[in-house]
Design a protein around this ligand. Structure first.
Ligand SMILES: Nc1ncnc2c1ncn2[C@@H]1O[C@H](COP(=O)(O)OP(=O)(O)OP(=O)(O)O)[C@@H](O)[C@H]1O
Length: 292
């Protein structure tokens, strides 16, 4: 249900570990029912931010509310409305998948049906197997199952699909889309940009503890970053040019070559290309513009 009150409100959040600033003056909001992806390279400050929102870590400065409550003061009622999938799996116990989920379901006032959750994360055939005997990716699915068993209003997913095979990742996307349809608010961190592009409504990009961009998936990086790229070869030399009229350029090249253009390729930057430009990775930068 949309109430108009942001599910998450972060204002000038700061977190230092000793003299090192892990999170440096970050502000953003997550609307009720929205899926928001926090993106950034290793060590950018994503987990620190999420752990502050979950109430696991104290902040050094700024204001934060999560479902209207300061996480440093959140009680059991507040916690029961959160679903949390931490970055590293804690589930390696000697109990079965079914036992573990049944046990955790007992902590929540209105849990999902255990068998439905086991089915949704693709563990039906492993329900009676001890968690310690599952593969890494299967254990990760148990983490996800534990995150959603309590029917959370707000779900935190910190790199949820690390270790998933491609089919499991697609299945997980379907699961998340189902939760979105039910109105669950989701905060996701992932290094898989296709995952962010598929699942998130908006994203924020953190680099070195600072928020360098925020917007809908279609806005991240700005319009200039989305201009198509035309590549071709002439006399064995690679050429590349960004242009908003790629067909016109291709036609010009065709006319100049008097026929087919060697190596002609027109691509639109993916979220990953745009992200790599944003975080300053040279592998993501596109060759300088030139005219044919
Ligand atoms: N408990 C801690 N004590 C000291 N420094 C820490 C602690 N936890 C994190 N840091 C530092 O804070 C910075 C941000 O770490 P954080 O785990 O939030 O990054 P991240 O964006 O989640 O990275 P990754 O993508 O690798 O998970 C890093 O430089 C890290 O070394």
């Amino acid at each position: 249900m949309t109430t108009g009150v942001p599910a998450v409100q972060v204002q000038q959040l700061k977190k230092s570990y000793g003299s090192a600033m892990a999170v440096d003056d970050i502000s953003f909001e997550i609307h009720d029912g929205e899926t928001f992806a926090l993106l950034g390279p290793n060590g950018a400050g994503k987990s620190t931010t999420i752990e502050i929102l979950e109430g696991y870590r104290d902040r050094s400065g700024g204001n934060v509310t999560v479902l209207g409550v300061d996480p440093q003061r959140g009680g059991l009622d507040w916690k029961a409305q959160l679903g949390i999938v931490l970055q590293s799996s804690g589930e390696s116990g000697n109990v079965t998948v079914l036992e573990q989920l049944t046990h955790f379901a007992g902590y929540y006032p209105n849990p999902r049906k255990v068998s439905d959750v086991i089915e949704a994360v693709g563990l039906a055939e492993k329900a009676k197997m001890r968690i310690s005997r599952l593969s890494g990716g299967q254990r990760r699915r148990v983490d996800v199952a534990l995150g959603i068993i309590g029917r959370p209003r707000l779900l935190f997913l910190d790199e949820p699909t690390t270790g998933f095979d491609p089919a499991a990742r697609r299945q997980f996307w379907g699961l998340i889309n189902g939760l979105k349809t039910e109105g669950t608010t989701i905060l996701l961190t992932t290094h898989y940009l296709d995952e962010a592009a598929t699942l998130a409504d908006r994203a924020g990009v953190i680099v070195g503890g600072k928020l360098v961009d925020i917007g809908t998936i279609d806005e991240i990086g700005g319009a200039a970053a989305r201009v198509p790229l035309v590549r071709w070869q002439r006399d064995g030399v690679e050429h590349a040019q960004r242009t908003s009229e790629p067909a016109a350029l291709a036609a010009r090249l065709y006319a100049q070559a008097g026929g087919e253009v060697a190596g002609l390729e027109i691509t639109r930057p993916s979220l990953e290309d745009i992200y790599l430009d944003l975080v300053g990775n040279p592998a993501g930068t596109v060759a300088a513009a030139e005219t044919p």
